[in-house]
Design a binder for this molecule. Structure first.
Ligand code: ADP
Ligand code: MG
Length: 279
């Protein structure tokens, strides 16, 4: 088994793609669960009003539950909304509720509207007695204020790309938004990882899309590809990640490998930086 070195500081990774149905939420919860399984403490922040990440992590998120809405709009501390996933004591979730659907509009008139998540997260990380290794933010399928809050709070952007026609469409708009955020709100944000999802190796199209994405982003695309697998799509209806639902399925194995890659690439990068005297 691979040697796991945890980061030693909190890595904040936002999972975004303004397209819906590309595997953002599936990637967020399964990477998070895989990281938790190898001993990392992981906080998933569900920023999508649909609350699919909260569902998959088995965390209640009915309208009466304190949620990221209360954090963004009413200054609730993150510590007051966090729940522990039944899947693992290492797996925490700040749930979303239906109220979040209105937040996109309510945020417009708020002070420091782009920084609300970052402020809350910084405050939580500075005061918690937990050692949080990873924060994984699951974004809605848009480039509105919720996603901008995620970009402002994160160091790393992870983009899931579905291996189908039009896979790269919309990517330049996403990367344009990232450049705007880097310039005006968060210089630390960078595209660290691209993950190919729902891959069906039997089709030539999937192979071609994977090749094309690797050509464009040779350093960002993970070696591990997530196969299309029924077990992956079944798991959320049991309130589980596929890691818990069927840990030996192809999808679970792939997500665990992807998580190890995410840990190891960063370890390699920071090692190189340290050797060059950088930070
Ligand atoms: P997004 O968050 O980008 O909208 P989801 O993660 O919700 O996308 O995935 C969209 C749909 O595709 C869901 O029904 C999900 O269960 C399914 N899905 C995601 N990844 C896979 C996979 N590897 N194999 C089969 N189905 C998948
Ligand atoms: Mg989603």
């Amino acid at each position: 088994a691979a040697e796991i070195t945890l980061p030693g500081r909190t890595r904040v990774i936002t999972i975004s793609n303004q397209k819906g149905g590309v595997g953002k939420t599936t990637t967020a919860v399964n990477i998070a669960s895989s990281l938790a399984q190898v001993g990392a403490k992981v906080l998933v922040i569900d920023l999508d009003p649909q609350g699919n990440a909260s569902t998959a992590l088995g965390v209640p998120h009915t309208a009466d539950i304190p949620s990221v809405y209360d954090m963004l709009i009413d200054d609730f501390p993150i510590a007051d909304i966090i729940q522990v996933s039944p899947e693992s004591p290492n797996l925490l979730c700040a749930p979303s509720t239906i109220h979040l659907a209105g937040a996109e509009i309510e945020l417009v008139s708020q002070v420091a509207r782009e920084h609300r998540l970052k402020t809350a997260l910084d405050e939580y990380l500075a005061n918690t007695t937990e050692r949080i290794d990873f924060v994984i933010i699951d974004c809605p399928p848009s480039l509105g204020l919720l996603t901008i809050n995620a970009f402002t709070a994160a160091h790393e952007l992870l983009i899931p790309i579905q291996c189908e026609y039009y896979a790269l469409e919309g990517l330049s708009q996403l990367l344009g938004t990232v450049r705007m955020i880097q310039k005006h709100l968060n210089p630390a944000l960078h595209l660290s990882t691209i993950i190919l999802t729902m891959y069906d190796g039997r089709t030539r199209l999937a192979q071609q899309v994977a090749e094309e994405v690797r050509e464009h982003f040779p350093n960002e695309v993970l070696k591990t590809v997530i196969p299309r697998s029924v077990r992956v799509s079944e798991a959320p209806s049991f309130g589980q990640t596929v890691i818990a639902y069927d840990g030996q399925s192809a999808g679970a194995i792939a997500y665990r490998e992807a998580a190890v890659e995410i840990i190891q690439r960063e370890a390699a990068t920071s090692g190189a930086a340290a050797n060059e005297g950088g930070s």
